[in-house]
Write a protein that binds this ligand. Structure first.
Ligand SMILES: [Zn+2]
Length: 344
């Protein structure tokens, strides 16, 4: 299962090498013009039949959120900060893997016997315990600046999978599936991007290089479909697990091109593919936020797999949503023509 390989690989933002190598082994027989750019994006072209004259870009980000070592305490505990958006409240007790040697560690926490429920959790006050007892031993084991990943492996749970880094290895896996299938009517310019979680950085330079007429981003998105808390009447679902891939209407980084939103929804209706619109009032951004602002502007859309518990060690995604992500995009790309982007 490509998804399992991809999720279990470690690629915290700026350290995506292992993920990139893995993706390359799955696409190399299907693509041309493969290159790794200066930031580390993996760019390639899936040749099409040439029936449609459009430069189409498809992007999925390789990086995952994690932590970074910033210092040492005299007792050998590691100080760290977040790489990407992580809620510090999920960290105490978390198993982690530190640096390229994948040294096992745990985020230190006071046992419930002494802990006060009044304590607030802040990342500045947390430490990682790698089992050494002095600053020297910690410094010998781990360099400042080394990246730290969640220690978590993908498992199947009924119709769902649970694992770290589904954001966005699920999108990477869907894009690999699309590349490995029948060619599209146009050349598909693919970008497996770096550093999305720290500011959509890889996608920005990838789009500058590709110069697309239109772009599609394969992502995951937050799912908050659990029973509503009566104390939080404003809570909305964003997306629902099992409701189909989510078409983004708007997020903090972009308002999706309405022509593409309509085209994607019509494709689903025609093909009988379940889909949902991602609730537009929420925060969050994707690579499309950077891509659509490159050069003189790029009409862009996002198709995302709903995931519960994003940016944690145990995100949950429905497998039929995941399969329908690539089904939707395959059907859409087979039907895509310049007419879709014409103004009325
Ligand atoms: Zn993502």
């Amino acid at each position: 299962m490509i998804l399992r390989e991809l999720c279990d690989a470690i690629g915290v933002s700026s350290g995506e090498d292992a993920v990139r190598d893995l993706i390359y082994t799955h696409i190399r027989d299907y693509v041309e013009d493969v290159r790794v750019d200066a930031l580390g994006n993996l760019l390639a072209v899936r040749r099409g039949t040439g029936a449609v004259d459009l430069r189409v870009m498809a992007a999925a980000h390789m990086d995952e959120v994690g932590l970074i070592v910033v210092g040492y305490d005299s007792d050998g505990l590691l100080r760290f900060r977040a790489v990407g958006g992580i809620d510090a409240r999920i960290l105490p007790g978390m198993r982690v893997l530190v640096g390229p040697e994948r040294i096992p560690g745990v985020v230190a926490w006071a046992p419930i016997h002494v802990n006060s429920s009044e304590d607030t959790v802040s990342i500045e006050r947390l430490r990682i315990d790698i089992g050494v007892s002095s600053r020297d031993a910690a410094q010998n084991a781990v360099e400042r600046g080394e990246l730290i990943a969640f220690d978590s492996r993908l498992i199947e749970l009924g119709p769902t999978v649970r694992g770290k880094a589904l954001d966005d290895r699920a999108g990477c896996a869907s894009l690999i599936t699309l590349i490995q299938g029948e060619p599209f009517p146009f050349d598909l310019h693919v970008a497996f991007t770096v550093q999305e979680e720290v500011g959509l950085r890889g996608a920005q330079v990838a789009a500058q290089a590709i110069k697309p007429d239109v772009a599609f981003v394969l992502e995951t998105t937050a799912c908050h479909d659990l029973p509503e808390d009566p104390d939080e009447p404003d809570q909305t679902t964003i997306t629902r697990l099992g409701g189909g891939p989510a078409i983004t209407v708007a997020d903090r980084s972009m308002v999706s091109d309405p022509r593409l939103v309509r085209f994607l929804a019509q494709t689903c209706e025609r093909e009988g593919i379940p889909f949902q619109f991602r609730s537009p009032q929420h925060a969050g951004g994707t690579d499309a936020g950077a891509i659509h602002l490159t050069r003189s502007g790029v009409p862009s859309a996002v198709v995302a797999n709903p995931c519960r518990y994003l940016h944690g060690p145990a995100s949950v995604m429905n497998l039929s949503d995941f399969e329908n992500q690539s089904r939707l995009l395959r059907a859409a790309w087979m039907a895509l023509t310049p007419a879709v982007l014409e103004r009325d």
